[in-house]
Design a protein around this ligand. Structure first.
Ligand code: AP5
Length: 296
């Protein structure tokens, strides 16, 4: 599918605004074929603009897990936002991140689908917007996400917020509540790949696991026979969802530009995770250094 076809009927710019680069030497490595990427590539931004960030450009070390455990023993739990276009791989990466880091995964889309499954009033209203690929009104989404963020498990283990905020007003609501992430991960994926991922996506209603008919096929026939497809996972609807995404993404990015890590999401999920893992490990280390210097 050519990108031009996707843009049909969408009035806003489709270009992701680039993150502020810490230094030219840390910019992503150019790669004409993203599927051939063989090493992690990300653009780190310091936690706060007045805190210098020194980041090794090497591959994540085999001791990355140990580094995190050591760091998290002294620092506050991590707070992470993951963002990206529809089907950029947010949910897939959230599975991998929570497995390693133990954060509470809070997906705005999943919370809304739970409301729909419960046939609540909010769920009925939300579905009308989701069918059109539009943002569900803030009256429904903002409190729902805020309440989940403030629950004890999120506060104790840290959180991984997926699919929120999607507009400047949603970002402002978080800031007003004093809720700010340590890092904002942006998955950058080309438009033609997004469509292929949407139409091939399947979900296991028993385990919640995300599959793709081509890239992450089910392990056996029993699982394959029970897989379902989301009601908004059609080529037609993803075009609408992409329009909505591009209308809002710049506003959201501007709120978090000082803590954004842009990740190449075009590559295999393990390689995407390697980039995120390196970034989160670095953030955890940086927090440890900062908390140590505060205590001294
Ligand atoms: P939501 O459910 O959040 O949908 P989305 O943002 O469109 O993102 P997806 O869940 O479709 O994709 P994903 O990035 O998680 O990709 P995945 O990992 O599954 O929102 C749905 C709707 O709810 C919105 O349209 C809106 O109406 C409403 N809504 C949600 N949040 C809202 C908010 N804050 N405010 C208002 N309204 C809101 O991967 C996709 C596929 O690709 C899978 O099959 C996977 O196996 C495959 N895949 C993943 N990574 C790779 C890889 N690296 N290589 C190959 N295949 C891969």
């Amino acid at each position: 599918m050519q990108m031009q076809m996707l843009l049909l009927g969408c009035t806003s710019s489709f270009t992701l605004s680039p993150c502020v680069s810490l230094s030219p030497s840390l910019s992503p490595h150019p790669n004409p074929n993203p599927f051939l990427l063989s090493r992690p590539s990300f653009t780190p931004i310091p936690l706060r603009s007045n805190q210098p960030l020194s980041l090794s450009k090497s591959l994540p070390s085999p001791n990355a897990t140990n580094l995190f455990v050591a760091a998290s023993a002294k620092a506050e739990p991590l707070k992470v936002i993951i963002s990206g276009a529809p089907a950029s791989g947010k949910g897939t990466q959230c599975e991998l991140i929570t497995q390693k880091y133990g954060l509470v995964h809070i997906s705005a889309g999943d919370l809304l689908r739970a409301e729909i499954a419960n046939a609540s009033q909010n769920g009925k209203l939300a579905k009308e917007y989701m069918e059109k690929g539009q943002l569900v009104p803030n009256e429904i989404v903002v409190m729902m996400v805020k309440e989940r963020l403030l629950q004890p498990d999120s506060q104790q283990r840290g959180w991984l917020l997926d699919g929120y905020p999607r507009s400047s007003s949603q970002a402002a609501a978080l800031e007003d509540y004093g809720i700010r992430p340590d890092v904002f991960i942006l998955l950058d994926v080309s438009e033609d790949i997004l469509v292929e991922r949407v139409v091939g996506r399947r979900l296991d209603p028993l385990t919640g696991k995300i599959y793709h008919l081509k890239y992450s096929p089910p392990e056996n026939d029993e699982i394959a026979s029970r897989l379902t497809q989301r009601f908004d996972d059609t080529e037609e609807k993803v075009k609408l969802r992409l329009c909505t995404h591009h209308e809002n993404v710049d506003d959201v990015l501007s709120v978090y530009k000082d803590i954004t890590v842009k990740v190449n999401g075009n590559v295999a999920k393990e390689n995407v995770f390697a980039q995120i893992d390196a970034a989160l490990t670095h953030v955890a280390e940086q927090r440890k250094v900062n908390s140590g210097s505060l205590a001294a």
